[in-house]
Design a protein around this ligand. Structure first.
Ligand SMILES: Nc1nc2c(ncn2[C@@H]2O[C@H](COP(=O)(O)OP(=O)(O)OP(=O)(O)O)[C@@H](O)[C@H]2O)c(=O)[nH]1
Ligand SMILES: [Zn+2]
Length: 255
């Protein structure tokens, strides 16, 4: 289905972003890094994704956190101090820091290309759908993982995004303490802002360990969320086509 009035690729890079270096992340105390603010991203010709509130953990704080964890793990029953567990607090902290790297932004996130859409009926483009994009997040209620697949679609107007940037955008928002609904909303809102497309569609399927390994201990169900903007909001046929393009790959983690 031809979904909207639009475009062919014109070819110039028009949007760029910048954020701090993350290369030292896995090697001990984390570097100072920028924090992308909650919600909508500021989009201008020179996109700045960073520097809202740096994540700063000093060497002293890092050591203190390791000590807290050693005490907690020990109280829970871990044989702390054995050859196998001596570094567990440090590993755990690093893993948490890595899992929340979305707060630091992504310096390679935004490269968009101009299209030739001028809104005329002779200028049309169909849906662009990327997925499944695997993601991992931590629920902010229990700090336990939830993970699954994201599908992101849009109908371009004057700009399209480099395909890899859709994956980067999913990970930017997922790799934080979050909620599934928020990740979907942030994806929809940021794409709307970056590209000002005719429409945006976001579908997430995930399983939440906080409902599987504890609490209700429900291991069969998954959680599916959708967010629609623009033409998707108005057109059920477009939404149906989006799901067809997603391929109905099955439940999170099995697709
Ligand atoms: N809507 C939504 N809820 C979530 C998400 N992640 C976790 N939750 C829910 O957050 C709720 C927190 O509820 P509480 O009653 O405060 O916590 P709890 O006592 O641990 O609740 P139970 O998990 O039911 O045992 C739970 O129902 C979780 O299932 C999410 O991404 N979206
Ligand atoms: Zn939870």
């Amino acid at each position: 289905m031809e979904a909207a009035q639009c475009c062919e690729i014109h070819g110039s890079s028009v949007l760029r972003s910048h954020v701090s270096d993350q290369s030292a992340q896995m090697n001990g105390p984390p570097p100072v890094a920028g924090l992308v603010g909650e919600g909508i991203l500021p989009i201008t010709d020179e996109v700045e994704w960073a520097s809202v509130s740096p994540r700063q953990i000093t060497t002293e704080e890092w050591q203190r956190f390791e000590d807290y964890l050693k005490e907690i793990f020990g109280a829970l029953g871990m044989a702390v101090g054995s050859a196998a567990t001596a570094d567990t607090p440090r590993r755990f902290l690093r893993a948490l820091f890595d899992a929340t790297s979305g707060y630091e932004g992504d310096e390679k996130l935004v490269t968009a290309f101009e299209t030739e859409c001028h809104g005329g009926s002779d200028c049309r483009i169909s849906q662009i759908v990327e997925g499944p994009i695997p993601f991992f997040s931590l629920c902010e209620h229990h700090s336990l993982p939830f993970f699954g697949k994201a599908y992101v679609g849009y109908i371009a107007h004057e700009h399209i995004l480099g395909l890899s940037k859709l994956t980067r955008l999913v990970r930017l928002f997922a790799r934080r303490f979050s909620m599934q609904e928020r990740i979907g909303r942030q994806l929809a809102e940021s794409l709307q802002q970056i590209l000002q497309p005719h429409g945006v569609a976001v579908h997430l399927e995930a399983v939440h360990l906080c409902t599987q390994m504890r609490g209700v201990r429900e291991i069969e169900s998954s959680t599916r969320t959708t967010h629609w903007r623009g033409t998707y909001d108005e057109d059920p046929q477009l939404r149906a086509e989006f799901f067809t393009l997603c391929g109905q790959r099955g439940l999170a983690g099995h697709g």
